[in-house]
Design a binder for this molecule. Structure first.
Ligand SMILES: [Zn+2]
Ligand SMILES: [Zn+2]
Length: 152
């Protein structure tokens, strides 16, 4: 694991949307980055991937993520039941990069690098200036969530 730019990060846990795959990582050094490359865009179905990298020795899994070998050097883990992208990992690496959106615990995310900058979408820069709208309670009230919610 490249420790350049690592910051001490508290223990955290995470899960896929259905809860079939869950994980826990102990406190320690972590590298927080964002990747805008085309593979991360495709793999997340999104504009970019916020990633939090920790050593494998600190991770405990509940349930087994399936993985797709997205290139000759990397695999991407996801839940075979609900499809949530969970991690990126270089083949044989001693670390795993979690998709930050799967983390349950509130953590301070402090990215130190924008990887894949050549593919960064122009509109991402402008989001902070776009009008905000919170989820309307009356619209959300009849919605029954099937999302896994942990204890806290
Ligand atoms: Zn799932
Ligand atoms: Zn990427």
């Amino acid at each position: 694991m490249n420790r350049t730019g690592c910051v001490e990060t508290g223990a955290f846990r995470g899960a896929c949307q259905c809860g079939a795959v869950r994980y826990h990582a102990t406190q320690g050094a972590a590298r927080h980055t964002v990747c805008h490359c085309r593979m991360c865009q495709r793999a997340t179905g999104n504009a970019f991937a916020p990633l939090l990298e920790v050593e494998n020795s600190r991770i405990t899994w509940q349930g087994s993520p399936k993985s797709f070998r997205s290139s000759s050097i990397a695999e991407r883990g996801f839940c075979a039941n609900c499809g949530t992208p969970i991690f990126y990992r270089q083949i044989g690496a001693d670390s795993t990069e979690f998709m930050v959106g799967t983390i349950d615990t509130p953590i301070e995310f402090t990215p130190v690098a924008n990887h894949g900058a050549e593919s960064r979408l122009a509109w991402v820069f402008g989001l902070a200036a776009v009008a905000e709208q919170e989820t309307v309670a009356s619209v959300e009230a009849p919605v029954v969530s099937h999302q896994y919610e942990h204890g806290d």
